[in-house]
Design a protein around this ligand. Structure first.
Ligand code: FCB
Length: 474
């Protein structure tokens, strides 16, 4: 597959993309009928988001999407992963749609298609309509039912132009950071609510997949994007291996089990039995969740090192900021450790071997399931230089190292179909506000000026040629 030890060739038709999400880039938070999502509410809650930043304006993608699509085309991207804002198309989370909201996504996808860019639409990237949260949110079963109805409405509106559909982005974050740790919206810290949310996100995925399958053309590709944790034991001891097993259960298999194998892992039910009897899982639910998928999206940033920490308080050094709750119900006695090595501006260690581990592990267990890296990237302290350019060699090195790992997974048998850099643009990084820059393209927020960073130019060459050269290889 490679013609020299350092040049790697990806298969023809491999999708080369970049990703964003609605609340992080769109802005226009109160325009054309959009109402508040849980993130609008969370941002207004003092102390939750860095310096009180909000997504009200963000990268103004709602108004500047044409310029942004032109940028993608200039960079040679062949795919764009974006998310649809539920409160923009169905403000109260139930009932009729707002056509103006849907029209935005019609215009965006038309523009993409006119530029030869494949749209990959995610239906839920964390922006639950506030009204649904006020009615109980993801811990309640009705939210899953509402989600399937919303998915069908969007499917009907865009099904003629969007082939790739993703139900949920990172349901682990929605359930466990949102309802367990409280560091994401809606900021609840209730371990049982987090488990209930995980199940209803799973159910929402299954119901939405069924609804979409019924109405979309046979060529439609259905998927879900999971932030799978690439886990490492601190030592080879049995106790540390058991810590890996616990975090794998509540971090990964809580979704992979029902979605890909039609059952919750027995060990997860046992680990959490003191919290819940899981009676919220009704007969037939796991069958409903277990829908055929056309590919699985993997979002990957870093590895997680864990150990047994008998008798100690739950460690909070798990890279998700200081919350007041735990995102790991049933795994209180697990310690989290900083792996050695270089870190990004998020404090996340750079370790591309985790990506290879996840892709080959999935390929081994689910050999017929195509894979897509739907997010991978890094935050660095980027600055515009005096000459007006943004030089970010660390990001180029990060992308190069991870694409090398992805290529190695391909040669080791993973059926990898595409790669999406997170993110196209600098944007609203959730609780970190605008403090963290993940973009290939720099955004100067006061003027909204876009400047492709040197990593964008490097990535453009990869996208245009399908070849991965060393970062300094010209
Ligand atoms: C992922 C999210 C994405 C972005 C990156 C850095 O967990 O899906 O929205 O915030 O992390």
């Amino acid at each position: 597959m490679s013609d020299s030890p350092t040049v790697h060739r990806f298969p023809a038709g491999f999708l080369w993309g970049a990703a964003t999400s609605a609340y992080q880039v769109e802005g226009a938070a109160a325009e054309d009928g959009r109402t508040a999502s849980i993130w609008d509410t969370f941002c207004r809650t003092p102390g939750k988001v860095f310096r009180g930043h909000t997504g009200e304006v963000a990268a103004d993608h709602y108004h500047r999407f044409r310029e942004d699509v032109r940028l993608m085309a200039a960079l040679g991207l062949t795919a764009y992963r974006f998310s649809v804002s539920w409160p923009r198309v169905q403000p109260t989370g139930r009932g009729p749609v707002v056509q103006q909201g849907l029209d935005f996504y019609r215009r965006l996808t038309d523009e993409l298609l006119a530029n030869g860019i494949t749209p990959v639409a995610t239906l839920y990237h964390w922006d639950l309509p506030q009204e649904l949260e006020s009615a109980g949110g993801w811990p309640e079963r009705t939210t899953a039912e509402r989600f399937a109805e919303y998915a069908a409405l969007v499917g009907e509106a865009l099904g003629d132009r969007v082939e790739h559909w993703t139900t949920l982005n990172e349901p682990w974050c929605s359930a466990f950071l949102g309802y367990g740790a409280g560091v994401h919206a809606p900021g609840r810290t209730d371990p049982v609510a987090a488990l209930r949310a995980a199940h209803h996100l799973n159910l929402g995925h299954g119901l939405a997949a069924t609804a979409l399958r019924d109405l979309l053309p046979a060529s439609a590709q259905l998927s879900v994007s999971l932030n799978l944790h690439a886990l490492r034991p601190l030592t080879p001891s049995a106790a540390d291996q058991d810590a890996v097993r616990r975090i794998d259960a509540v971090g990964n298999r809580v979704f992979l089990g029902p979605m890909l194998e039609g059952a919750y892992p027995e060990d997860l039910l046992a680990d959490t039995a003191h919290l819940s009897d899981w009676a919220f899982v009704r007969a037939g639910d796991t069958k409903e969740i277990h829908q055929p998928l056309d590919w699985l999206g993997v979002n990957y940033y870093t590895t997680t090192v864990v150990s047994a920490a008998e008798g100690t308080a739950p460690a909070r050094e798990d890279g998700h900021g200081a919350g007041t709750g735990s995102p790991w119900p049933g795994a209180d006695r697990v310690g989290f450790h900083q792996a050695p090595g270089e870190q990004t501006a998020m404090g996340w260690v750079v370790d591309p071997t985790g990506l290879h581990q996840l892709l080959t592990g999935l390929a081994h267990r689910h050999p017929d399931l195509p894979l897509m890296v739907t997010e991978n990237g890094a935050a660095y302290h980027d600055e515009i230089g005096e000459d007006g350019t943004v030089d970010d060699p660390e990001r180029t090195a990060y992308l190069h190292a991870h694409l090398t790992a992805a290529h190695r997974a391909l040669t080791d048998g993973a059926d990898l179909r595409g790669y999406f850099a997170w993110s196209l643009l600098d944007n609203f990084e959730w609780a970190y506000g605008y403090e963290k820059r993940f973009g290939l393209v720099h955004v100067d927020y006061p003027t909204q000026a876009r400047t492709p960073k040197s990593s964008a130019h490097w990535y453009a060459r990869v996208a245009r040629t399908g070849e991965l050269h060393p970062p300094t290889g010209g």
